[in-house]
Design a protein around this ligand. Structure first.
Ligand code: ADP
Ligand code: MG
Length: 228
């Protein structure tokens, strides 16, 4: 589902160019949950942003579902993102004036879904993350864990093949973070989504099928998880 070959990313140009990803190779299968770990500044967010069609690569090849990203004009990235990617952020990033239901509905309406179909799909997704009774709640009326589960439902809306999460449990206590990861990995495995989670939180490493470590823009370790 994700095929990265000799990926290079540099910020800036000319004499000031700084290469932050060097010849990164990475394949992630459909239905696989990959934990991407490494020290601060190692390039995790940059890599996730390229996979998420937010940043363009500087060199090499990146294929999402067989679709090459290298050379795609920046103006086309939002369409690619809408088609292939669901994002989960460190803080839930829900729109504060919209109910849980409307937060999940929005990306479907952007994809051109009818209102009725978007409501039915969003309701089903919120049920699947255990929030059937919170549909009309505003984000401010939800706990941190509940809000993050709405964010999971939103990322899954439209069933994009790839789900990317940058430190999704960083703002949560350990117990709540585990619950959020359980929900995410269960839905990923059920729906065959490919999931990449950036995390520092070693208590959630166990939810990954695989752990990939990145240091100074290079992959230094790639281990299948023993509990699989
Ligand atoms: N927009 C940017 N412009 C220039 N340098 C950047 C930018 N974003 C990140 N960097 C640099 O790229 C390197 C990797 O950053 P990042 O991908 O955010 O790492 P991580 O998420 O692992 O902490 C760091 O040295 C950082 O300073
Ligand atoms: Mg980061």
């Amino acid at each position: 589902m994700i095929e990265v070959r000799k990926l290079r990313k540099a910020y800036g140009g000319g004499a000031l160019a700084q290469t932050v990803l060097h010849d990164v190779d990475l394949s992630v299968r459909s239905g696989e949950v990959l934990m991407l770990v490494g020290p601060s500044g190692s390039g995790k967010t940059t890599l996730l942003s390229i996979l998420g069609c937010v940043l363009t690569p500087s060199g090499g090849s990146v294929q999402l579902a067989g679709h090459e990203l290298m050379g795609v004009p920046e103006a086309s990235l939002p369409m690619m993102r809408l088609r292939y990617i669901g994002f989960i952020f460190q803080s839930h990033n829900l729109l504060p004036s919209l109910s849980a239901l409307d937060n999940v509905r929005l990306p479907l309406l952007l994809r051109g879904w009818s209102s009725g179909r978007a409501t039915a799909e969003s309701t089903e997704l919120l049920e699947s993350v255990g929030l059937r009774d919170k549909l009309v709640c505003l984000p401010s009326q939800l706990s941190g864990g509940q809000a993050q589960r709405v964010a999971i439902a939103r990322a899954l809306a439209g069933r994009p093949p790839i789900i990317l999460a940058d430190e999704p449990t960083a703002a949560l206590d350990a117990h709540t973070g585990q619950g959020v990861m359980e929900t995410l990995t269960r839905l990923a495995h059920e729906g065959g989504h490919t999931v990449v989670v950036v995390t520092h939180d070693n208590r959630i490493f166990k939810f990954g099928d695989r752990i990939v470590r990145i240091e100074d823009g290079r992959i230094t370790e790639d281990t299948a998880h023993a509990n699989a």
